[in-house]
Design a protein around this ligand. Structure first.
Ligand SMILES: Nc1nc2c(c(=O)[nH]1)N[C@H]1C(S)=C(S)[C@@H](COP(=O)(O)OP(=O)(O)OC[C@H]3O[C@@H](n4cnc5c(N)ncnc54)[C@H](O)[C@@H]3O)O[C@H]1N2
Ligand code: MOO
Length: 416
């Protein structure tokens, strides 16, 4: 349990979250709707791929021995005994001493063991003059050379790309079994918030978090339901949460989790068993996680925009990947060299937005992206960041030339 007395580690809080979410059910979707979805059951080939021996060239199917030695000075002439366009169903044997005109993709007739490309002939239709000898098996694409019938085309857990969808189609599948896409309700809390574009009076600011978090949900493969912002009012928040729980598989809130007098998120949710506490990280110190009355997981993230972005990356994104049945919930990490020095908070792991420049060999150089360093309110300059540098709690200062851990937002691109 997150105590208010003791700061927990990032890992402790994340373990709680991952233990508190379950893979969503499996559904069957047509290939047209499969992009970005996570495969739940393996796809096997209904037939061999390719399903039959076929020609890789427009030309003539022959018995290689019938045209052995053919050259510009020793032209071999054969009668054309069949015409086989792609899609031809004919399966008559190629009679010795004849050629079948054949197009790319058409089934190679039994008995033929080489294709002579049309360029090596006179292109005749009644008979054909061959002026180059093919090697045995030339330009014949054998059945099953891509995959044998029954073989695994795609294993469970893969995110379906355009290439993976093509593989499923070629395996004779019209639908695939995938995990449901998590529907995630996003709610900002705070009486100071107004929808972007509307006039603000002193004290008010545009709600950026609900847009940040909804877009981040989509980037993580979920379907966001952005319910906007709600004032610091318990009844209004309760009504919105009831709707969110009905319509979504998870709820992400921002704001109202610190120690302020109007932190309604805590006021409403703590009595329901949602656990609030502090995590040894910066930004993102105050965190809440638990479940609504019907079991819908609720993430209560801090309201500062950089804190919300970092908290989503560190806690919500892994959970959304778990809900989708992805085997790896973490984004890959690498390292980078600090191009400038910066201060880090004592006793808390720092997640600082950085620009990342890679040299030709892939080595990364990083520098803080937000002009004011790691200030958790620096939402505008957050847009300049390529990722986060992660600095251990024990480190008090990063010096020019130090190697730091790097999480690159450009790695593991959106699942949809
Ligand atoms: N006395 C203390 N005060 C604070 C502490 C603390 O330990 N003791 N912790 C600070 C830290 S760290 C953070 S992070 C914030 C978290 O506060 P809340 O989650 O309660 O968030 P709010 O107070 O509602 O807002 C904080 C900040 O962010 C702005 N904000 C909120 N929502 C949005 C939004 N949707 N779009 C754009 N900006 C938003 C809000 O206006 C505030 O400026 O608490 C510190 N305080
Ligand atoms: O921890 Mo707060 O999240 O610094 O901004």
């Amino acid at each position: 349990m997150v105590g208010t007395s003791r700061m927990r580690s990032v890992e402790e809080h994340l373990d709680d979250i991952l233990a508190g979410v379950r893979e969503l059910p499996v559904e069957s979707v047509p290939l047209d709707a499969a992009l970005g979805r996570v495969l739940a059951r393996e796809v096997t080939a209904t037939t061999a791929i390719p399903p039959f021996d076929n020609s890789a060239m427009d030309g003539y199917a022959v018995r290689a021995e019938d045209v052995r030695g053919a050259s510009d000075t020793a032209i071999v002439s054969l009668p054309v005994s069949a015409d086989l366009p792609a899609g031809a169903a004919a399966d008559a044997r190629l009679e010795p001493g004849t050629a079948a005109r054949i197009m790319t993709g058409a089934p190679v007739p039994p008995g033929a063991d080489a294709i002579v490309p049309v360029e090596h002939t006179d292109g005749g239709t009644a008979s054909v003059r061959v002026h180059r000898e093919p090697t045995l098996g030339a330009h014949v694409r054998r059945a099953g050379t891509d995959l044998e019938a029954g073989a695994t085309v795609l294993p469970p857990g893969v995110t379906l790309t355009s290439r993976a969808i093509a593989a499923a189609a070629s395996a004779g599948r019209a639908t695939v079994e995938v995990h449901a896409r998590p529907r995630v309700a996003v709610i900002s809390t705070g009486s100071e918030l107004v929808p972007p574009g509307e006039p603000t009076r002193r004290g008010q600011i545009p709600d950026s978090n609900s847009f940040l978090l909804a877009a981040a949900v989509a980037e993580a493969g979920g379907a966001a339901l952005r319910l906007g912002s709600v004032a610091d009012d318990v009844d209004a928040l309760r009504a919105l949460l009831e709707r969110a729980a009905r319509e979504a598989d998870a709820i992400v809130l921002s704001g109202g989790v610190s120690v302020g007098a109007y932190d309604v998120v805590k006021e409403l949710l703590a009595p329901l068993g949602v656990r609030f506490g502090t995590v040894r990280m910066q930004p993102g110190k105050p965190q809440g996680f638990g479940h609504w009355l019907d079991g819908t997981p609720i993430f209560a993230l801090p309201g500062n925009p950089v804190s919300a972005a970092v908290s989503f990356e560190v806690f919500v994104r892994p959970a959304l990947r778990r809900l989708q049945g992805l085997p790896e919930v973490h984004r890959p990490r690498s390292t980078g060299t600090a191009e400038v020095g910066w201060r880090t908070p004592p006793g808390r792991r720092q997640y600082i937005p950085v620009t990342i420049v890679r040299d030709a060999a892939g080595a990364a150089r990083v520098r803080p992206a937000t002009a004011g360093g790691s200030g958790s309110h620096l939402v505008a300059s957050l847009a300049l960041a390529d990722g986060l540098a992660i600095v251990d709690a024990e480190v008090e200062e990063v010096c020019h030339g130090d190697v730091v851990e790097v999480l690159d937002w450009r790695d593991q691109p959106p699942t949809a």
